[in-house]
Design a protein around this ligand. Structure first.
Ligand SMILES: NC(=O)c1ccc[n+]([C@@H]2O[C@H](COP(=O)([O-])OP(=O)(O)OC[C@H]3O[C@@H](n4cnc5c(N)ncnc54)[C@H](OP(=O)(O)O)[C@@H]3O)[C@@H](O)[C@H]2O)c1
Length: 258
C-alpha cells in the first residue's frame, strides 16, 4: 500500500516499538491516531512541529468500551481508517501455574480482547472505504511458547488463531491481515510486565525498537501474511515447530528464573 495520506490507528504509541513506529508513519505522510494511556507522551509526540496530521487519543484499552470511541474520533478527524496496528500489549513473567488469575485476565484483556474490539470497530468503516489492513504485533513466543511467560504466549497465540479465521471470512470485503513477530527488542517491555520473575529474556540484548518499526513499515507497504525481524527469530520459530522436544530441553537448561 502506498502510505502517503493513509490513516493509521496505532496503539501503544507512547513508548517502545509503538513510539518508533509513530515516527515512521508520520515520516511516510500518514494521518496517525496515537493511542496509549500516557496522555503527556502522545500529546508531546503530536505537538512537535510538522506533526499536524496526528491525533493523540489517550485511552486505556483494557476498557473495551473505549475502542469504539477511538475509531469514531479517528473518523471524525480524518474521515477514514486505512490501517489498524494492534501494538499495545503487556507481558507477564513467572511460573504459569501460579500466576495470579487476575493478572492473566489483564493480559488477555489488553493483548487479545482489545485488538478484537478495535478490529470489530474498524471493519464497518473499512468496508465502506473499499477495504483496509489490520496489522497485529505478535511475538515469536506466540508461536513457540517459552517457560515463565505462559499467559503472555497464550494471549499472542489466541490472537494469531483469531486472525486466521477472520482473514478468510473478510477476504470478500478486502480486509487484509498481516502479523509481525518480533523477537527480543530493547524497550521497557520487561520492566512494564506483570508478575515478579524476570527470565533469560532479560539477558538477551535484542534489536532496537527502530529496527522493528522499519520492518513494520515494510509490512504496511507489502502486506505479507507473516513477517519476522531477524533470521534468528525465524529459525527459532521453525525449530519450535520441527524439533519441539529439543527446544523443551534447551529451555529447561537455559531459561531459569532469577
Ligand atoms: N519488547 C520485546 O521484547 C517484544 C518482543 C516481541 C513482541 N513484542 C510486542 O511488541 C509490542 C510493543 O511492545 P514494546 O516492547 O514496545 O512494549 P512497551 O515498551 O512496554 O510499550 C507498550 C505500549 O503499550 C501501551 N499500553 C500498555 N498498556 C496499555 C493500555 N492498557 N491501554 C493502552 N495502551 C497501553 C503503552 O503505553 P502507556 O503505558 O502509555 O499506556 C506503550 O506505549 C507488544 O505487542 C509486544 O507484545 C515486544
Amino acid at each position: 500500500m502506498d502510505l502517503q495520506n493513509k490513516t493509521v490507528i496505532l496503539t501503544g504509541a507512547s513508548q517502545g516499538i509503538g513510539r518508533a513506529a509513530a515516527y515512521k508513519f508520520i515520516e511516510a505522510g500518514c494521518n496517525v491516531a496515537l493511542v496509549a494511556r500516557s496522555q503527556s507522551l502522545i500529546k508531546q509526540l503530536a505537538a512537535d512541529p510538522g506533526r499536524a496530521k496526528t491525533l493523540p487519543l489517550p485511552a486505556d484499552l483494557s476498557d473495551l468500551g473505549v475502542c469504539d470511541r477511538v475509531v469514531k474520533e479517528t473518523l471524525d478527524r480524518f474521515g477514514q481508517v486505512d490501517i489498524l496496528v494492534n501494538n499495545a500489549a503487556v507481558g507477564i513473567y513467572g511460573p504459569s501455574h501460579t500466576a495470579l488469575l487476575t493478572e492473566v485476565r489483564k493480559v488477555m484483556q489488553l493483548n487479545f480482547f482489545s485488538p478484537l474490539a478495535l478490529t470489530r470497530a474498524c471493519i464497518p468503516p473499512m468496508k465502506a472505504n473499499g477495504g483496509g489492513l489490520i496489522i497485529n504485533i505478535s511475538s515469536i513466543i506466540g508461536q513457540r511458547a517459552t517457560p515463565w511467560a505462559g499467559g503472555y504466549c497464550a494471549s499472542k497465540a489466541a490472537l494469531e488463531h483469531l486472525v486466521e479465521s477472520m482473514r478468510v471470512e473478510l477476504t470478500p470485503d478486502n480486509i487484509r491481515f498481516s502479523t509481525l513477530y518480533p523477537g527480543v527488542t530493547q524497550t521497557g517491555f520487561t520492566r512494564n510486565a506483570l508478575g515478579k520473575t524476570k527470565t533469560a529474556q532479560g539477558r538477551v540484548s535484542g534489536v532496537s525498537a527502530k529496527r522493528v518499526a522499519a520492518k513494520l513499515m515494510y509490512v504496511a507497504q507489502k502486506e505479507p501474511r507473516d513477517a519476522y525481524v531477524t533470521l534468528l527469530d525465524r529459525l527459532f520459530v521453525m525449530g519450535g515447530h520441527l524439533l519441539p522436544s529439543v527446544v523443551d530441553w534447551a529451555f529447561q537448561r537455559y531459561f531459569q528464573p532469577h
